[in-house]
Design a protein around this ligand. Structure first.
Ligand code: HEC
Ligand code: HEC
Ligand code: HEC
Length: 449
């Protein structure tokens, strides 16, 4: 097939799918689940849910922008590990499509965004269209930022423009035809990008509206926690029901008592968001640890409380398929089980755990170095697939140095696939309800992911 034929074919397929699946696929407003009347911000009579918390209301534009840029977690994707903040270069491997790299968004005039006007910057966040009319891919969460107010967008711009310009050009994208035809995003945007700014709900409390703005317009939690349809749009009917991201399970965070966080106390939920740890529940690892480190730990207590209140209001959903990782049974974490042999019949997992892990986690899973290392009662050790436990072992969790506590080193280079599999199986068997039966082959596959 010629390129043109392929392209025409793709457009026809897209249009046909859009026509048939319009009502099914279309994301609509992310707060549409809530009862009550949504109104434009200008017509809203309640407290303004956008902008910075009251303590920063009189701070200068740059300080307000810094708070908002953190709440929107711009640093996460535009900074490589150990690299200059906001200089870009982080690779995003998109299945079928190819690899794209986050751009440099420091104020360097040639390699960054130093030459962008206010209108260009706002259009980029609201429409997903960059300088010169370039359509951006939704690996950049502009469908969330489309809800942000113009004032908040310009505060973020002022903050970014106050930083040191870094001269750096990230590697060129490697995207296969036809996905390199960026204007195709026009179709996608009709389906999946809200066409309006954040609309507060006149019948919901002020705290809920603030939480909705933080979660939907800034924090883009659904980007990781909501599963996507075949066109990469978020499934509105499965809001926050859990999804796979970079090989990790971003668990169900709906109020469902079994599959979500419905049984977490306010202190647990808010503690997890603000500090990456919920006593008796879990610690944030991997991508979620980065969200806490770069973003959530800087938010005011009231803002974290508002986010938690909003999360509790979304419809409960059972997680599906391999994403269905139940919370450990209610009440106190179960005491660890006596494990002499791992599921493959050997004692390799136990030996590795005693040799390399008890220093931090202790044999009873209570976390010898800090409460962050508590394994008992966490969802990861109760996952029959051992997904996040495997990721934590292969990669470690690189962040948390800023929190001044022990972090988990990676064991991917030191251990064979068989060793990783047996120690994961040991951990889920000893501390969880259902032991995993990970094979060395599966570990090898996860290394590739
Ligand atoms: C989840 C990852 C992610 C987050 C969070 C994110 N970005 Fe990006 N951003 C990207 C990627 C990837 C691209 C490139 C998209 C493309 O090439 O189509 C991009 C593109 C951009 C561009 C276009 C630059 C250019 O040279 O064309 C700007 C400006 C930008 N982002 C600013 C921001 C700001 C401001 C924030 C926070 C409000 C932010 N980004 C948050 C991933 C992210
Ligand atoms: C970059 C992807 C990503 C983003 C963005 C993200 N999360 Fe997560 N989240 C994860 C992953 C992965 C886990 C599992 C972490 C683990 O295993 O330690 C997780 C875990 C959680 C948990 C704990 C669930 C449990 O049972 O252990 C909560 C609560 C949570 N996230 C809330 C949020 C909120 C609220 C936001 C938005 C402010 C958010 N997340 C944004 C990836 C993400
Ligand atoms: C230097 C201390 C340290 C060592 C050694 C260590 N861990 Fe960890 N581990 C942690 C901390 C701290 C966490 C909590 C996540 C965080 O804060 O980064 C964690 C998290 C975990 C998790 C949960 C991941 C998730 O999804 O939340 C598992 C499973 C785990 N470790 C298993 C192991 C095993 C098995 C070993 C030995 C091979 C090991 N750890 C060695 C400190 C350590």
């Amino acid at each position: 097939m010629t390129r043109v034929a392929k392209l025409v074919g793709l457009v026809v397929v897209l249009v046909a799918m859009a026509a048939v699946a319009w009502p099914l696929l279309r994301s609509g407003d992310p707060t549409a689940f809530a009862s009550g009347k949504r109104v434009d911000l200008a017509d809203f009579k309640g407290a303004n849910p956008t902008g910075v918390p009251p303590s920063l209301a009189h701070a200068d534009l740059v300080a307000r922008g810094e708070y908002l840029a953190r709440a929107a977690d711009c640093a996460a994707c535009h900074t490589v590990l150990g690299g200059e903040p906001f200089a870009g270069g982080l690779a995003f491997k998109l299945p079928m499509i190819g690899t794209i790299y986050s751009p440099n968004i420091t104020p360097d005039k040639d390699t960054g965004i130093g030459a962008w006007s206010d209108d260009e910057f706002v259009r980029m966040l609201h429409e997903g269209i960059g300088k010169g009319g370039k359509h951006l891919y939704p690996a950049f969460p502009y469908p969330a930022y489309a809800l942000m107010t113009r004032d908040d967008a310009l505060a973020i711009k002022a903050y970014l423009f106050s930083l040191k310009p870094i001269e750096y050009t990230p590697p060129p994208n490697d995207v296969a035809f036809p996905f390199n035809q960026r204007y195709l995003m026009t179709f996608w945007n009709v389906l999946f990008k809200p066409g309006h700014r954040f609309q507060p709900n006149a019948d919901q409390p002020a705290e809920w509206n603030r939480g909705a703005y933080l979660v939907e317009a800034l924090g883009h939690c659904g980007d990781c926690h909501t599963p996507r349809n075949i066109l990469f749009g978020l499934k509105p009917g499965q809001k926050f029901a859990g999804a796979l991201i970079q090989g990790w399970k971003a668990y169900n965070i709906t109020p469902d008592p079994k599959w979500g966080i419905g049984e977490w106390s306010d202190a647990q939920l808010q503690g997890y968001l603000a500090h990456g740890h919920a006593d008796g529940r879990s610690s944030a690892s991997g991508p979620m640890a980065e969200v806490v480190d770069n973003s959530l730990r800087f938010l005011s207590e009231d803002d974290v409380g508002a986010m938690a209140a909003y999360l509790r209001s979304v419809p409960s959903r059972a997680a599906r398929g391999e994403l269905a990782v139940a919370q450990p049974p209610a009440g106190q974490p179960q005491p660890p089980k006596e494990v002499r042999a791992d599921s493959s019949g050997g004692t390799l997992g136990l030996r590795i755990f005693e040799g390399a892990c008890i220093g931090c986690h202790s044999l009873d899973g209570s976390g010898a170095v800090s409460k962050y290392a508590t394994l008992l009662g966490t969802r990861s050790v109760n996952d029959p697939a051992g997904t996040n436990a495997t990721q934590a072992l292969l990669q470690g969790t690189h962040v948390h140095t800023t929190l001044g506590k022990e972090f988990m080193p990676g064991f991917g280079n030191g251990y064979s696939d068989a060793e990783i599999a047996s120690v994961v199986n040991f951990v889920t068997r000893r501390f969880g309800t259902t032991a995993s039966a990970l094979t060395p082959k599966e570990v090898s596959k996860r290394r590739q992911d």
